[in-house]
Design a protein around this ligand. Structure first.
Ligand code: GRF
Length: 195
């Protein structure tokens, strides 16, 4: 299976996906890492790992999401991926784009969905006094952070946690969860896993 990965920043999840796909027994191979900014630190990491990279800056499109997404699709057309992984990709995609990729597009979100869709998930879990938090990999559907869950990992919220200390604990689990889910998904297995 051919996998394209969308990032916006450092791409730590993307790196772990590439590392896992480098193993011989993995059913997928990376064909593109795309960022919505040329400044995304993950682009250099992906290039160092031998993967084709491209930046499609969203800013020139000034809110014309359809035009931005046409540019995204044009890049995807050059590599023909079977699966699209959003990994720290911080742009909301329109229903139209999602419909094109529905059933073949995954996202990782730093909360135990359906709790805390959207942003600032760690602060919200702490403020709510939750004992547990975590991350979720799900299939992308038009509604934000709302698709069928493919995997979750749970971490404890410790006394004295700040959003930063909790985010760091969750991110470590993201790095285990996303590769495990992609391996299974690429092999055609959509039975949800819990780490
Ligand atoms: C992190 O907040 C992570 O929880 C979320 O996207 C952000 C950046 O991840 N998935 P990455 O290091 O760019 O993969």
């Amino acid at each position: 299976k051919r996998v394209a990965i969308f990032i916006s920043g450092g791409g730590s999840n993307m790196v772990r996906l590439l590392e896992d796909m480098n193993k011989d027994d993995h059913p997928a191979e990376p064909v593109l890492v795309l960022a919505n900014s040329a400044d995304a630190g993950g682009l250099a990491k992906a290039a160092q790992m031998g993967v084709k990279t491209v930046a499609v800056d969203h800013r020139p499109f000034k809110g014309d999401r359809a035009a931005f997404e046409a540019a995204l699709q044009a890049e995807l057309d050059t590599v023909q991926p079977d699966i699209l992984c959003l990994a720290g990709f911080m742009r909301v995609l329109t229903e139209g784009f999602v419909a094109t990729w529905e059933g073949r597009m995954l996202n990782i979100h730093p909360s135990l969905l359906p709790k805390y869709k959207g942003l600032h998930t760690h602060a919200r879990a702490i403020d709510a006094g939750d004992e547990e938090h975590g991350c979720t990999v799900h299939l992308v559907t038009p509604a934000l952070d709302d698709g069928p869950i493919l995997g979750q990992a749970t971490v404890p919220i410790e006394d004295g946690d700040t959003p930063e200390t909790l985010a760091a604990r969750v991110l470590k689990q993201e790095h285990e969860l996303y590769p495990a889910v992609l391996r299974r998904f690429a092999a055609g297995n959509t039975t949800p896993i819990t780490l």
